[in-house]
Write a new protein. Structure first.
Lengths: 109, 176
């Protein structure tokens, strides 16, 4: 579904993940989809180079988000929003929804 | 290519002209435009060029390496300058809009294309609007004070970006 537009299914899923979660980092995305970390990092860096993503350091972690200054952001958001409708519910729950609630240090997951 | 001792403005002209003579069109954007439009009231070591064609990335690298630059992460550095070069993907834009007017600065028969003062202000304000970067707000104000900036155009653009409240904050900073 996403390959035709983004040139790679993985790239499309990474964008969808970030669209849904606001910001994310390579390890989190790699874990969510069971992708190699290098694959995710390369896609993220290419998307950043293209101006689609921004990145910033928070502590030792590099966070990536959709660049609000990207000239086609409105159109990109529309495509991503539409694409979400086609993600099966199980896949959505398994892969796309990161835990947002705080969790006390040391408490088992 | 002689790099040592060049000001940021002269380095921008040197690089831009060298690339143009090798068939690569660029537009200077970002903090370097602020340095140029405020006559060094603000200091930056970044030279951000937007490429007109994304096919040029590889050729840019080859051309810069040929004159002594080396790539570190995604930036280009040179032993004779503290400045570093970055080449951004097209299209040249400010927020959701294409750049409307391109200016030129010249030294002898060499030239560099860059944002107009009005687009430079929009570019800085975009950083203030989206990243809440106060330094960018100050830069926008500096450019307005030293140049003829079309504030009606900046207001129209800000409204289109849905940043009316922050535009008012910019106007307040400008009147201080």
């Amino acid at each position: 579904m996403l390959k035709a537009i983004f040139g790679s299914e993985k790239k499309g899923k990474i964008l969808l993940y970030i669209y849904l979660n606001g910001e994310s980092y390579p390890t989190e995305i790699a874990r969510a989809f069971d992708y190699y970390l290098n694959t995710v990092q390369n896609h993220l860096l290419n998307l950043e180079r293209g101006g689609i993503l921004y990145s910033k350091l928070k502590g030792n972690v590099r966070l990536f988000g959709l660049n609000p200054r990207y000239p086609f952001k409105k159109e990109l958001f529309s495509i991503l929003k539409k694409a979400l409708e086609f993600i099966p519910k199980e896949e959505m729950e398994k892969c796309y929804i990161a835990r947002l609630r705080p969790r006390r240090t040391g408490k088992p997951l | 290519m002689h790099i040592k001792g060049l000001s940021l403005k002269d380095l921008a002209i040197t690089i831009s002209d060298y690339l143009a003579k090798n068939g690569i069109e660029t537009i200077l954007t970002g903090g370097a435009c602020v340095v140029i439009y405020t006559d060094n009231k603000y200091m930056s070591y970044d030279l951000d060029f937007v490429l007109i064609s994304s096919d040029d990335q590889k050729k840019v690298k080859e051309l810069l390496i040929r004159v002594g630059f080396y790539e570190e992460n995604r930036y280009f550095k040179h032993k004779d300058t503290e400045c570093f070069l970055d080449f951004l993907s097209p299209p040249p834009s400010v927020g959701a809009e294409p750049i409307k007017e391109i200016r030129e600065i010249k030294k002898g028969n060499r030239k560099c294309r860059l944002l107009s003062p009005t687009d430079c202000v929009k570019d800085r304000l975009a950083a203030f609007y989206y990243w809440n970067d106060r330094q960018s707000l100050e830069q926008a104000v500096l450019v307005c004070k030293d140049n003829n900036v079309d504030l009606n155009e900046v207001e129209r653009w800000s409204k289109k970006e849905r940043m009316n409240i922050k535009f008012r904050e910019f106007l307040e900073a400008l009147s201080e």
